[in-house]
Write a protein that binds this ligand. Sequence first.
Ligand SMILES: [Zn+2]
Length: 228
Amino acid sequence: MKRESKFVRKPLGNFSPFRLPFVAAIFLVLFAFASQRQLIRQPKEARSGLKVIKVIDGDTVVLSDGRTVRYIGIDTPEFGQPFYEAAKNFNRNLVENKLVDLEFDVERYDHYGRLLAYVFVRDKSGRRIFVNGEMIRNGFARTYTKPPNVKYSDLFVKLQREAMASHRGLWSVYKPTRLAVVGNKRTKVFHRPNCSLVRKISHQNLVYFQNAEKALAEGFQPCRVCQP
Ligand SMILES: [Zn+2]
């Protein structure tokens, strides 16, 4: 190693060659520590220069290296749901055939094996656009807070409030229910009070909202079973 040979060639002074194994051991420990830190930090590293070759829907794309990317922290309408095409087209206009930068959170893949990422792209004037955030801000996605991948969840909630207040995209047809709903602080999902899943929520994770709109404004997403 370059560093070590330099060290040995230095004038000895009061340096004893007998200390060399000791010094080497310190280097080894430092090196091991550094590489471990690297491993811990690795999931959050940024990757750049990948091209989006296909847009699947509002929150999923395919990269030029063949991997499928699922945007973190957002959920867009599924096929057959209102605004499915609109969300897909909006996403397509942002990223299709463009180079993107990826940023990661704690988990690198979801259980479908899709790469989980925050996606950034540059517009024509070179401005950096946060794709996940833009989808929410324009009302084509809901927040989808799924711990431990919560790096930008506060921002997403803020952007969703903005989209709801301006009745953008899917919020333009949203009819807020007057019914009280029950949230789970851990999963960030909210339910109708009579949903069977409510009984499974532990006491310390229960949170009550006056209505669905209030739960959405706090970044909770509706349960797919009881659809509050
Ligand atoms: Zn439910």
